[in-house]
Design a protein around this ligand. Structure first.
Ligand code: FCB
Length: 437
């Protein structure tokens, strides 16, 4: 990896990302149950029915983990706070231990010279709210606003940046249409409501954080490049529809106050009454846009009900996830999102990385290559005028990869899930060489 910091604009920030349920160990410290616990306990949902009960035991090993962040030379650390750790019932009485934990964590980052970048929701919805319909329920924005206030009254004075919701597409579509993530629904009406309520909740959380005097607030969306599987008009139309659902719906809401026509074709009849009136909330001004990027899909038309989209076999080398390695997609999203949506706002690549079947002592060369090619894509986007201001690797360490359990290793640091020992990989050393310089 022959970069230096001088190969990027002055002030460009490098960081690593994690999320609460994937690393903390949810059974510790008085957290309440979440829909990921019940989803994982249901046979067939998660590989070996693994859950986040222990995960990396970051709850107890956070100081060692923050030392790893510091020693890597990271400027910024993107972490998430767990709603169910802060409010075990979702609403009502806060868990003092949980608030203390995030307080210590933020102070721990500052003490190590690392900027804290908080995300308020990275998917583990408190079970009590899931029981009330979760993201389908129109009261979610109120509950989320209350949670935002409780946690940010405690740490909001010290976090460097904050974003409400990680990857609205996963919260809405993947979890309610494809059923791949908790709560595992496959229901178009639930999908439409979840996708809209996620955005309203985002807007309410931004309002709350502004009222607390916080700044540097953003939104973190995920993007997947959609290439038509052939030149046939039907495949081209399918790829456009896929792109609209995945990549343009949330940006449309956040930056234009409108949803793409190709999505309304299917979801329109299922949106909650009066959805058009919510854009004033959804469009709360932002300070930056976060882009999570991993891969692209080859999309083809399939007959049957909307959205008529299917995947065609991939053509490029794959990661352990079976995801195509396609760095051009990152470059093209950074350019397109700025041109068509976020304008001059700084863009951060808030997640990028790959899973690889690493052991604690084999060099993870494929990850070094992946990161190198994607950092080049970032440079190309900057050269083309995209205002990219930072880049975070997913992830600091191997962790709970949701429905794929502990098998898919995304970390710069290897975690032995029996002993919980951490061992920095070759990719960690490669990044540290120029991040620390
Ligand atoms: C993203 C998620 C993150 C992790 C990576 C691989 O979609 O935000 O939690 O699962 O993918």
């Amino acid at each position: 990896m022959d970069f230096t910091r001088r190969d990027f604009p002055e002030g460009f920030l490098f960081g690593v990302a994690t999320s609460s349920y994937q690393i903390e160990g949810h059974r510790f410290g008085g957290a309440g149950p979440t829909h990921w616990d019940s989803f994982a306990a249901t046979p067939g949902n998660v590989v070996r029915a693994e859950d986040g009960a222990t995960a990396c035991d970051h709850y107890h090993r956070w100081a060692e983990d923050l030392d790893l962040v510091r020693d890597l030379g990271a400027d910024v650390y993107r972490f998430s706070t767990s709603w169910a750790r802060v409010l075990p019932e979702g609403t009502g009485q806060p868990n003092a231990e949980g608030l203390d934990f995030y307080d210590r964590l933020v102070d721990g980052m500052l003490a190590r010279g690392v900027k804290p970048a908080a995300t308020l929701y990275h998917w583990e919805l408190p079970q009590a709210l899931a029981d009330k319909g979760g993201w389908r329920n129109a009261d979610m924005p109120d509950w989320f606003a209350d949670y935002t206030e409780v946690i940010m009254r405690r740490i909001g004075d010290r976090v460097w940046s904050a974003a409400p919701i990680n990857e609205p597409w996963c919260v809405g579509w993947l979890s309610h249409f494809e059923g791949v993530h908790a709560p595992g629904l496959r229901d178009i009406r639930a999908t439409a409501r979840a996708m809209h309520h996620v955005l309203v909740s985002h807007g309410r959380a931004i309002e709350v954080m502004r009222s607390l005097g916080m700044s540097n607030l953003g939104a973190v969306c995920n993007f997947e490049w959609a290439t038509p599987a052939s030149d046939a008009p039907e495949d081209v139309a399918a790829a456009t529809r896929y792109d609209a659902i995945y990549n343009r719906f949330f940006l449309g809401g956040l930056f234009k106050g409108a949803y793409p026509a190709e999505v309304l074709e299917g979801l329109g009849p299922h949106l909650p009454t009066g959805w058009q009136d919510d854009f004033a909330t959804i469009r709360a001004p932002l300070d930056w846009l976060g882009v999570n990027y991993y891969t692209r899909k080859l999309v083809r038309h399939v007959d049957g009900p909307w959205p008529h989209t299917g995947e065609a076999p991939t053509r490029l080398p794959l990661t352990q996830m079976g995801w195509e390695i396609y760095p051009d997609g990152l470059r093209d999203f950074l350019i397109r999102n700025a041109r068509e949506y976020s304008g001059d706002l700084p863009i951060f690549v808030t997640e990028n990385g790959m899973a690889n079947p690493d052991t604690h002592n084999t060099p993870d060369g494929p990850r070094i290559d992946y990161l190198t090619s994607h950092l080049r894509a970032v440079q190309e986007a900057i050269a083309a005028g995209a205002p990219v201001a930072g880049y975070y690797v997913w992830s600091l360490m191997d962790n709970y990869e949701w429905s794929l359990g502990y098998e898919k290793r995304f970390g710069l640091v290897h975690v032995d899930f029996d002993s919980l020992a951490r061992t920095p990989k070759a990719s960690y050393q490669a990044l540290a060489r120029w991040w620390r310089a």
